[in-house]
Design a protein around this ligand. Sequence first.
Ligand SMILES: [Zn+2]
Length: 102
Amino acid sequence: MSFESKLNEGKFCIPECVECKKIVWPPSDTCNHCFGNVHLKEGDFEGKIMEFSRQNEQYFCMVEFENTIRIMANILEPPEIGKRVKISKCGIVNGNYSFQVI
Ligand SMILES: [Zn+2]
């Protein structure tokens, strides 16, 4: 199962190298440090809001997971820098990763 097929099912997984335990981002089947195999960690991950912006009454924020992965996400409530959030929805829309956090 690839990161993208999981994402398509609405599940956000964290790709981690089996050998060196580094997070592999952007997602790939092999580790970019040691070429080891990558497995997908499942869980209810918490991220931290790093930055946000507002466009036409909609908020977007940059959320960081495990000090490595940074994603852009929609958020319904006005965001606060440093606030802990979780992914409430995710998928692939028009070929792009799409995330919503709460
Ligand atoms: Zn590795």
